[in-house]
Design a binder for this molecule. Structure first.
Ligand code: ZN
Length: 646
């Protein structure tokens, strides 16, 4: 019997899991503790997905993925249902050995619709018998036939003209934080891990080159004439790391286990930019143990990718805005690589624990950069990072969101994307630095390695970490605990007093030059010889509020700032131009906003523009043109800033 959505009697309204308390973890079958995830409808304590087998056809003309998801499910004794997260999916049928009844609850905004599948009763032939785990009554495979909607938020379908090559369409996914449910029916919670396999069929448009499909899994290195690709991800990962990209892609090896994928016209530049990748992997392994995912490749996406990078396992997705030509922005790759330990290996159990992913990763990223490029480079990154953090804390506090400046977040009822701020990243990293400075680096490195080893392929809460910290590192050292001041960092606002502050002689040099400029020196007399990206960023950030239009014109004429190809330097220049209403730079601003979709750059520029009537009018005009080219993640943010459609 086929049961279409909504035809099976009254539709229950899906209930997001209520937060019991951050310290309460529910014991579930299979021997793991699962924290309650308030951003998922799923009930993994009743029936839990262990493996996913995707069989999907990529249809560019219809902008649709269609096919099936087979889910291997471990069912707890007495459980009668499997609850999945879905959003905007068109479900055709569900079956085990026979068709199964299911209901789709009414949609709840970004959280989507709970899908409840009635499990066949035990002994009806649907199960495959008990597995080894004591609390698992049985395991079974459930197959869901479905298709995505054209507006699926995880998927961005690019027209050929939105790519570097201009000839072939492109598709990429972005599943973090809760968008996997828009392209795969799954238990969309970072606390649920599964292995996966996939068979992806690509219908390449006639006349163009065969398109290559790649995933966060074992990957092909060249396009197949028949357009059929198979993948395997044998390590258990959470759903937000499911990823797929399809396009006219070429592969270049960088080392024995690393390489880069990009469009043919970009792949050479990308390979040159990432030449240090293999030594970064080596530096990371030396710090915190072996890389456990096999290969580490990087995919450079078209410019609309909303993030700097996304740590999809085995295949980091990266923005082309890091191709500076001088390797100065590769810290982003160090960051995504570091996620292979913090995030992908040991994962935040809920989005309220997001700092466990990002704070650890920024700390680790800085350690990799220090090991490969030296102290001076690291110090500059640290100083700039702290500037970003202090600005974010001030903005959140002024905006009435001081609670969002705690490391342990409370995102009840909100999209977990609201937690993506410098607090998780930079405050989290500073907290780990405080611990390092208190106990000593060697001891702290040993401790971190044991955290990664002891919790590998598990999802963990803030309390899990604090408990581990207390037991394994701080026990018997009351003085250390006092010095670190854990509650002030984890459950308190802003920046605690013991926050370490790096100094950078390179950046001090940039400050000195800006000081001279502010006091009236001509731009042409400034000593910027050999300035790095970070020195330029710092110099521009120090521009005084009183800088005149003539001074802006002098800087631009002397240093060609409006024409910079380095995205970070150009961004700082444009941010200052907007803040000072320096209109001659607005043509460059418009080009920047319409030629890439990285949210980190878009958000502050639109926000600053929206502060005045004329700025808002300009922002609205530019956004109308740019919006169709942005990913839904960026659109959501800018829609909110400009009250788009309201
Ligand atoms: Zn990250």
């Amino acid at each position: 019997m086929l049961v279409p959505a909504g035809c099976d009697g009254p539709v229950p309204s899906g209930e997001l899991n209520a937060e019991v308390s951050s310290t309460t973890a529910r014991r579930i079958h299979g021997g793991d503790d699962l924290a309650t995830d308030i951003h998922s409808f799923s009930r993994p304590d009743e029936a839990r997905v262990k493996r996913l087998e995707l069989e999907l056809t990529v249809d560019f003309a219809a902008q649709r993925l269609s096919g099936s998801a087979r889910l291997q499910v471990a069912v707890a004794p007495g459980a009668t249902r499997l609850v999945l997260d879905t959003r905007d999916l068109v479900i055709a049928a569900v079956r085990a050995e026979q068709p199964l009844k299911f209901t789709l609850a009414a949609a709840q905004g970004d959280f989507g619709s709970a899908m409840t599948i009635e499990l066949p009763s035990a002994g009806s032939g649907g199960g495959s018998g008990a597995s080894g785990a004591a609390a698992v009554a049985r395991e079974l495979w459930i197959e869901v036939d479905y298709a995505t909607s054209p507006g699926a938020a995880a998927l961005q379908w690019l027209a050929p003209e939105q790519t570097a090559g201009g000839k072939s369409p492109f598709l990429f996914t972005q599943s973090q934080a809760i968008l996997a449910r828009t392209w795969v029916p799954c238990q969309d919670s970072p606390g649920v891990r599964m292995t996966y396999g996939a068979r992806i069929t690509v219908k390449s448009p006639a006349g163009g080159p065969p398109l290559l499909a790649v995933m966060s899994a074992s990957n092909p290195q060249r396009a197949a004439a028949d357009g059929v690709y198979t993948f395997d991800m044998p390590q258990p990962i959470p759903s937000y790391l499911l990823a797929l990209a399809v396009g006219d892609l070429e592969f270049r090896p960088l080392g024995p286990r690393s390489g880069v994928y990009a469009e043919p016209s970009v792949v050479g530049r990308a390979a040159a930019e990432f030449v240090d990748l293999e030594s970064m992997i080596g530096a990371a392994e030396k710090l915190y143990g072996p890389y456990r995912f096999g290969r580490y490749d990087v995919l450079v996406l078209p410019p609309s990718f909303p993030f700097g990078g996304m740590e999809n396992p085995r295949l980091t997705f990266a923005t082309p805005t890091i191709l500076a030509g001088d390797r100065s922005l590769v810290s982003l790759i160090a960051h995504e690589l570091a996620h292979s330990w913090s995030g992908n290996l040991v994962t935040n159990a809920t989005w309220n624990d997001f700092w466990l992913n990002e704070g650890f990763t920024v700390y680790f990223e800085h350690r990799i950069m220090e090991a490969v490029f030296g102290d001076e480079f690291e110090d500059a990154l640290a100083v700039l990072g702290l500037q970003d953090l202090e600005k974010t804390i001030a903005e959140l506090t002024e905006g009435g969101l001081v609670r969002d400046t705690w490391l342990r977040l409370d995102l009840t009822g909100r999209n977990p994307d609201d937690g993506v701020t410098e607090v998780a990243y930079q405050k989290g990293a500073r907290f780990l630095q405080v611990i390092e400075k208190t106990v000593g680096r060697e001891r702290f490195d040993r401790f971190l390695r044991s955290w990664f080893d002891g919790n590998a392929f598990q999802s963990r809460t803030t309390d899990d970490f604090l408990g581990f910290l207390d037991r394994e590192l701080l026990a018997g050292h009351a003085d250390w605990k006092t010095a670190i001041a854990i509650p002030a960092w984890v459950d308190g606002p802003g920046l605690p007093k013991n926050c370490p502050r790096a100094t950078s002689t390179a950046l001090a040099r940039a400050s000195a030059q800006m000081q001279r400029f502010a006091e009236g020196a001509r731009a042409s007399t400034l000593d910027v010889n050999g300035f790095t990206t970070q020195q330029w960023q710092h110099l521009l950030r120090q521009l005084p509020a009183t800088a005149s239009a003539a001074q802006f014109a002098d800087l631009d004429a002397t240093f060609g700032l409006s024409k910079r190809g380095n995205s970070e330097v150009l961004f700082e220049w444009l941010a200052q131009s907007v803040a000072h209403r320096y209109e001659p730079a607005f043509a460059a601003l418009e080009h920047f906003l319409t030629s890439q979709g990285r949210r980190k750059f878009l958000k502050p520029l639109y926000l600053e523009l929206s502060k005045s009537e004329s700025g808002k009018a300009l922002a609205t005009r530019i956004y109308a043109k740019a919006r169709p080219g942005y990913h839904a993640v960026s659109r959501d943010t800018i829609d909110g800033i400009l009250k788009w459609g309201k």
